[in-house]
Design a protein around this ligand. Structure first.
Ligand code: FAD
Length: 391
């Protein structure tokens, strides 16, 4: 059972440090990321330069302790930073979210000292990019049915098979790969570190996606990829548990990415409605428009509260899986709804690539799909509710 507001002495106030960091990150995102978002969306170039800038701010290893090369931030501050990044460019935000939420969390929680030294440190410092390889063409929501095989060969493992839809595929330096080392089901899966240049590792062309054009997504093929035993993360058979536990943290990241999109849509819509006139009045003077803006604000604000609660619970070392799923479910709906309503408020201009809101709509949709679809979030939430109240 999680604590209630009165039990926790809840406070919404940010500390001076948190405010300062956020202000700094907001300024960077507005100056260095947002102005380039449309260009990167059109070209589909991977946003190296933006990631380098964020690494200098410590955001490629935001919650990793300084001991391992990270910034040692709390999860709430990191979540708020991620919202700023996503409000500027959701493609950059998903790369940052995957890096921080998945490979780094997995290595931090389950990696050996040597694995942390060799692989977590450069990820946390942003010198390396990380990727999370769970999904296969035949195993998406049903991740436990994955087939990529790892066979033991002396003191090494040999991986054969293929992963699908891997964010930063072909761009990453370090791949955390879930592979079958045993029989069918969740217990037959182990997790391996595969460095980018390993012989036998190859990548498909970036998928032609509806949105998030700068965040490359590829297939990753393993053709006799050989890794030593000490590249296994955690115990043999623990891989899916590690992956799913890390997805709880990842989902807070995707919720914040979605909230950044929702907030950007809200800001653009409010500004446009305050400038554009029809029938001799500003659009904002029509209730049909202002009530839309009100709903957008309500959706964004309420989802943000749950997401920050999940982040706060994580910082307290309390269970936060249910809250992370609720946050992702609500925030991704908010992103899609807000982006759609923003287009409506922009009218014909909203449908044009000259204005930013159509990109927000295209970028928003996938937040309802990856790191567990909205249906899977509802499975997670309902299971938690029945475990708590079902008797
Ligand atoms: C842009 C992008 C980036 C991605 N990045 C990564 C990555 O970095 N690493 C990685 O491993 N994966 C990644 N993915 C994969 C992503 O996590 C999967 O697409 C997602 O988990 C859904 O799996 P699927 O596409 O196979 O859909 P399916 O599992 O086939 O689902 C299809 C539909 O059926 C529904 N459904 C399935 N099972 C149930 C059920 N039990 N109850 C109710 N409804 C159900 C789903 O909700 C969905 O609506 C990425 C995907 C995209 C699009």
């Amino acid at each position: 059972m999680t604590a209630t507001a009165s039990e926790t002495g809840m406070s919404f106030a940010l500390s001076d440090d948190q405010r300062m960091i956020l202000q700094h990150v907001r300024e960077f995102c507005r100056a260095e990321i947002a102005p380039k978002a449309a260009e990167y969306d059109r070209s589909g170039a991977y946003p190296r330069e933006q990631l380098r800038g964020l690494a200098e701010l410590g955001l490629m290893g935001a919650t990793v302790p300084e001991q391992w090369g990270g910034a040692g931030l709390d999860s709430v501050t990191y979540a708020l930073c991620l919202e700023e990044i996503a409000a500027a460019d959701a493609s950059v935000a998903v790369i940052v979210s995957v890096q921080n939420g998945l490979p780094e969390q997995m290595l931090l929680k389950y990696g050996t000292g040597a694995q942390r030294e060799q692989y977590l440190r450069p990820l946390a410092g942003g010198q390396h990019i990380g990727a999370f390889c769970l999904t296969e063409s035949g195993a998406g929501s049903d991740a436990a049915s994955l087939r990529l095989r790892a066979e033991r060969d002396g003191d090494a493992w040999v991986l054969n098979g293929s992963k699908a839809w891997i964010t930063s595929g072909g761009q990453a330096d370090t791949y955390l790969v879930m592979a079958r080392t045993g029989g069918p089901g969740a217990r037959g899966v182990s997790c391996f570190i595969v460095p980018g240049g390993t012989p036998g590792l190859s990548f498909g062309r970036p998928e032609e996606k509806m949105g998030l054009h700068a965040a490359h997504t590829t297939t990753v093929t393993f053709d006799g990829v050989r890794v030593p035993q000490d590249h296994m993360v955690g115990e043999e058979g623990q891989g899916l548990i590690i992956a799913l536990a890390s997805l709880d943290a990842g989902r807070i990241g995707i919720a914040m990415q979605a909230l950044g999109i929702a907030r950007a849509a809200l800001e653009h819509a409010a500004r446009y409605a305050s400038e554009r006139e029809q029938f001799g009045k500003k659009l904002r003077e029509f209730e049909g428009v202002s009530f839309k803006v009100a709903r957008m604000a309500a959706r964004t604000e309420s989802a943000r509260l749950v997401a920050l609660k999940a982040a706060w619970l994580k910082d307290q070392g309390q269970p936060y899986g249910k809250e992370a799923s609720i946050a992702k479910l609500l925030a991704s709906e908010a992103a899609v709804d807000c982006a759609r309503d923003a287009i409506q408020i922009f009218g014909g201009n909203g449908y044009s690539r000259e204005y930013p809101v159509e990109r927000l709509y295209r970028d928003a949709k996938v937040t309802e799909i990856y790191e567990g679809t909205s249906e899977i979030q509802q499975l997670v939430i309902s299971r938690a509710v029945f475990a708590e109240y079902g008797g």
